[in-house]
Design a protein around this ligand. Structure first.
Ligand SMILES: *Cc1c(COP(=O)(O)O)cnc(C)c1O
Length: 487
């Protein structure tokens, strides 16, 4: 199996990134029912190669530039093999002490590498804050929202649940809206952004929305800012949003207290860049007033899926929202039980892959790795800007470049995307920015080198020649026939 994986990595760069299969391709290739008797490992592996691999999109291809990267590495994969072998369910300290203790240590290591505020450290579970590994950002955002809701409802009546409001920009990931759906927060404000402000949420816009909701008798509860939006890697000005979010709302019951809205920062993809001091000072700013912060090492930090790092400055509200202790789980005087920091009870030993990756690469190599991708993205953006047919659709940030052919109808850019991906030589996706069709190229596959980015640019230029020629021919054909000259 390990040989097969090594062979795969050494040839994946030559394969079509996206397979040419149609929906239902696997039906008819598998027996309709599971086997009654055991089958040989060789037969299973052969079917993996022959039947399953043709349906794989090669996310590990050096020419995979779609979505955001989904990194993996040998240290991470090997750690996950060991975690799979142990398969212990470390929901509490007692259920497997090493699970909790390694996770606290790794979250503190990661917090230090990213320069996060001291309040986010686990300090061995002494509190009040700390970090926890969730499966995905979607779970982290939901957990943060549940904590926010618990805190906002302190000292309030049941009916107040219906008055809670959550805010983000209209560029926030759909997981924000989904978290509101799941948590039953019905008042959801996805506030407008504009090209003028590079698709960043402006504090005045948040302030106006909060004021309007307060005037209408609602309760601002949760603000989600994004560092590195999925569409364009826009960076919301967290330090300037924090005081707006924090304005205290009285709980109306005459008690001391009431609180401001909880501020969560979603840095799912871009959070890895916080390892770089220059990126940190340019894009992350002061996170000191943030209630919770999350990013996915499984995107751009060489840790295979799934691994989302979530930190909270105060775990109290999280535990109010999520802790329940049936008799069979009663603790034996321990530091911290991660079952109270997440939705499921069971949890994998995910900290092991962080431990392997952080030790076997070391911070210096990880920084070089991230800088390498950022430089490749900058090189692509520079090539693009030197070609007058193209324009950047947003400032180039981290490993992402958003671009389009300028001054053409949207279907020409759509045709460009289709032609590029049909080549099979790379894979990119598109987004909408201000209603404009926009292509996005995200550099970040573990094996991507300059040659792959240069080859991608050649394919894109060639496809642009083709779609612009077709567009010119179509325009000429549709133009009104010239008025015949009179004799
Ligand atoms: C990828 C991404 C998400 C979703 O991440 P999951 O871990 O798949 O839930 C959320 N927010 C941003 C900004 C992302 O880029």
């Amino acid at each position: 199996m390990v040989d097969m994986i090594c062979d795969y990595y050494s040839t994946v760069g030559q394969q079509r990134v996206k397979p040419g299969v149609e929906p239902g391709f696997l039906r008819g290739q598998l027996p309709a029912s599971p086997p009654e008797q055991p089958e040989a490992f060789e037969d299973v592996l052969r079917d993996v190669q022959e039947k399953l691999m043709p349906g794989v999109v090669h996310w590990q291809s050096p020419s995979f530039f779609a979505y955001f990267p989904s990194n993996t590495s040998f240290p991470a994969a090997l750690a996950d093999m060991w975690a799979g072998a142990l398969s212990m369910i470390g929901f509490s300290w007692a259920a497997s002490p090493v699970s909790t203790e390694l996770e606290m240590a790794m979250m503190d290591w990661l917090a230090e590498l990213c320069g996060l505020p001291a309040a986010f450290r686990c300090n061995g579970g002494a509190g009040p804050g700390g970090g926890v590994i969730q499966g995905t950002t979607s779970e982290a955002v939901l957990v943060a929202l549940l904590a926010a809701r618990a805190r906002a409802l302190r000292g309030r009546v049941q009916a107040d649940k219906l008055r809670l409001v959550a805010y983000s920009s209209d560029q926030a990931h759909s997981c924000f809206r989904k978290a509101c759906m799941v948590a039953g927060v019905d008042h959801v404000r996805m506030l407008p952004t504009s090209a003028e402000h590079n698709w960043e949420l402006q504090p005045e816009v948040l302030q106006a929305a909060i004021d309007a909701d307060l005037a209408a008798g609602l309760l601002p509860c949760f603000v989600m800012a994004t560092i590195g939006t999925t569409s364009s890697c826009a960076v919301d000005p967290v330090a300037r949003l924090a005081p707006v979010a924090a304005r205290r709302v009285s709980n109306g019951l005459g008690r001391a207290g009431g609180c401001g809205a909880w501020l969560h920062v979603d840095a799912a993809y871009a959070g890895a860049a916080a390892l770089l001091p220059e990126q940190r000072s340019a894009h992350f700013g002061d996170l000191g007033a943030v209630d919770s912060y999350s990013f996915n090492p499984h995107k751009w930090l060489l840790v295979n899926f799934d691994c989302c790092a979530l930190w909270v400055a105060d775990a109290g509200p999280l535990k109010e929202a999520l802790s329940l202790t049936p008799v069979f789980l009663q603790a034996t005087g321990n530091a911290l039980d991660y079952k109270d920091w997440q939705i499921p009870l069971g949890r994998r030993f995910r900290s092991l892959k962080l431990y392997f990756v952080l030790r076997m690469y070391g911070a210096e190599k990880l920084r070089a790795y991230l800088r390498h991708h950022i430089a490749l993205a900058a090189a692509f953006a520079a090539a693009l800007q030197a070609d007058p047919r193209f324009e950047l659709a947003a400032p180039q940030r981290f490993g992402l470049v958003c671009f389009r052919l300028r001054d053409v109808p949207r279907q020409v850019n759509a045709a460009l995307l289709e032609a590029v991906n049909a080549s099979g030589r790379l894979l990119i996706i598109h987004t909408e920015l201000g209603g404009a069709y926009t292509l996005r190229l995200a550099v970040g596959s573990a094996s991507t080198q300059l040659e792959h980015v240069e080859a991608a640019w050649e394919v894109i230029k060639g496809a642009a020649d083709q779609v612009l020629r077709q567009h010119a021919e179509r325009t000429a054909a549709e133009a009104p026939a010239a008025v015949p000259a009179r004799a």
